[in-house]
Design a protein around this ligand. Structure first.
Ligand code: PEP
Length: 260
């Protein structure tokens, strides 16, 4: 049985004072929820603060990217072992903003994914098509190629998903206020699971596939109720305590129902 996971992606937002208020509100509101899992992926400088505040709570923490190399002359980069030094459990790889703004290719994403796993982290692998790709009828092919780059070409294999998470994030829905309908998202999640099943049926049934793209308190429940949507990767709404808490409650409620 898959347990729902809600992970906040703070992107390049926050400061010490605002983070403390957000995390403290989340810790006390989520402490009694035990049917789902929760995490926040914060900017690197705030990992220490996240560790200090979240240690002992039911909220894990992680980063939003990592370097594919283990160490060396890579100015400005942060390695997987640096993230584990700060107690990270998760790291996002292949977010569409990393792909489009910073030039991460499928190959780079595959290397980052492998580096995260090697260090004991759980990568949250983001995949998703642009609006033009969807309108051209190529959404499934694009997402399939992004998955294959990691699982097939980089030879990480479907078994590597035992400790990873996939996030389907249609680029046209990220930060735009446009959410994929529950049926649109469900269709892609099922396609992702079918593709993994062609390599490993057991892993396909166990891997968490999150939806990301303008998830809010108002639409989280209907998205999370879909059979192949195992929670959410939450951008903007994860910065607002009441929104993030309500989304986590929605995941917990659906998870609790499934577990009953
Ligand atoms: C994201 O950036 O991962 C995301 C899903 O953003 P938003 O929720 O703001 O669309």
């Amino acid at each position: 049985m898959r347990v729902k996971l809600v992970a906040g992606n703070w992107k390049m937002h926050g400061n010490l004072v605002a983070n403390r208020a957000l995390l403290q509100a989340s810790i006390s509101a989520l402490s009694s929820l035990d049917a789902a899992k929760f995490a926040v992926c914060v900017p690197y400088p705030y990992l220490s603060q996240a560790r200090e505040l979240l240690n002992g709570s039911n909220i894990s923490w992680g980063a939003q990217d990592l370097c594919q190399f283990e160490s060396g002359a890579y100015t400005g980069a942060v390695s997987a072992s640096m993230l584990t030094d700060f107690g990270c459990r998760y790291v996002i790889v292949g977010h569409s903003e990393r792909r489009s703004v910073f030039g991460d290719t499928n190959e780079t994403v595959a290397l980052k994914y492998a580096a995260a796993l090697k260090a004991g982290l759980s990568p949250i692998l983001c995949v998703g098509e642009t609006l033009a790709e969807r309108e051209a009828g190529a959404a499934e092919a694009i997402v399939g190629a992004q998955l294959d780059a990691v699982l097939v070409l980089a030879r990480s294999g479907a078994q590597s998903l035992a400790r990873a998470v996939i996030a389907y994030e249609p680029v046209w829905a990220i930060g735009t206020g446009k959410t994929a309908t529950p049926d649109q998202a469900q269709a892609m999640h099922a396609a992702i699971r079918r593709r993994i099943a062609s390599q490993d049926q057991g892993i396909a049934g166990r891997v968490n596939v999150l939806y990301g793209g303008s998830v809010k308190a108002g639409n989280a429940g209907e998205l999370f109720a879909m059979p192949d949507i195992d929670g959410g990767l939450i951008g903007g709404a994860s910065l607002v305590a009441e929104e993030f808490i309500a989304i986590c409650r929605a995941a917990n409620q659906v998870s609790a129902k499934v577990q009953a």
